[in-house]
Design a protein around this ligand. Sequence first.
Ligand SMILES: Nc1nc2c(ncn2[C@@H]2O[C@H](COP(=O)(O)OP(=O)(O)OP(=O)(O)O)[C@@H](O)[C@H]2O)c(=O)[nH]1
Ligand SMILES: [Mg+2]
Length: 421
Amino acid sequence: MGVDLGREAFDATLDELALLAESAGDTPVARVVAKRKAPDAALFIGSGKADEIKLMVQALGAHTVLFDQAISPAQQRNLERHLGVPVADRTALILEIFAARAQSFEGKLQVELARLQYLATRLVRRWSHLERQSGGIGMRGGPGESQIELDRRMIDDRIKSIKERLKKVQRQRATQRRARTRSGVFRVSLVGYTNAGKSTLFNALTKAKAYAANQLFATLDTTTRSLYIEEAGASVSLSDTVGFIRDLPHKLVEAFKATLQEAADADLLLHVVDAASPVLTEQMEEVERVLAEIGAQHIPQILVYNKLDLLEPNQRPRALQDWLTRIGGEHGGQRLPRIFVSAAQGEGLDELRAMIASLMQAAPVPEYAGQETDLEPSPLDDVDGGDEADAMGDADEADLNAQDLPQDRSDVQDDPQGRAG
Ligand SMILES: Nc1nc2c(ncn2[C@@H]2O[C@H](COP(=O)(O)OP(=O)(O)OP(=O)(O)O)[C@@H](O)[C@H]2O)c(=O)[nH]1
Ligand SMILES: [Mg+2]
């Protein structure tokens, strides 16, 4: 279900919603588009549309109705009452996928943090909604004010305890990262929109078997492998990371900052693009936005246009390597090296390795080589987002016990450099 508020590439966003639903294990059975100038306050859609959907739900035996846009908690409840089935929006769906996919201890904690934070904002909103309209629809059958306060306190406590546990894991990760930095190994990170083919490329380059699938967010945990680049006569560390998506819930980005830090710390980013996507420009812009959010916008990039094999003969580029000039934004006019590859069929990979080698040689000798002092702490090293930073106090800093630290699968097992520290 999507309400077309005049957004460009509307079909593509519904395709993406369908793929998200499939990635969550659902089978989309119908797609409904409503044209409106603005969402309806109570139902998000008009009541005529809601009746139409209700009939479809019954005829098709659908068990959920998904909305592409964010719906308010009140709209969600009204719709559920009207339609007789659960209603969810895109954010809830993304959170569900992340929850199902998280593998590492850290990943699970991060997802739980994001879910609780999402829940907490909805409780606050629901509460203020009740305050404003006491006696309104929201009141009937809904929890009372004190119940909500109680829920909120429980959620706050849980958020606090998860943040404390995350801090411990992340301190360990930061130590490993610093060791890796000091080792002087050139670090390359794959970044890009979800489903662009990062894991497939990672596997093709390292002959590894990271999970790659036609699903959104197939990868959640960072995997790092050593990759020997013959042209450079040296090894680099290559990391496969979580994919980005448009309107990624902000709290989720915040919760995953530690994982994304892998990208922010790289010497070189391979920005993987699905060259066959009809909305590749929008996807690239979204990736740029997230890179800026994690402070990685200035790291040298190679644009890797993947899925070359899917392009029609007349769409194929004349040259497999060229330069793309960025339009607009902070980097307007900047020229980025671009290469077309097919990770699935192995085309262009030798050229990509050669390109990595030449960028390695062009890279400045790192200042930190041989230096024993800690690097400047990155803003992302601290998992607490902004205003909540003080809430944890200093007490938790004192009782750190290295023995409690759970093993982080991705760093400990997959990364030969990780053991250096
Ligand atoms: N035809 C074609 N398909 C590809 C190519 N590379 C990847 N794919 C397919 O694209 C889909 C996504 O690939 P992944 O490697 O899982 O993509 P990803 O970027 O790691 O995705 P997330 O981890 O979900 O963010 C899979 O179905 C791959 O088989 C390619 O070069 N050509
Ligand atoms: Mg992946």
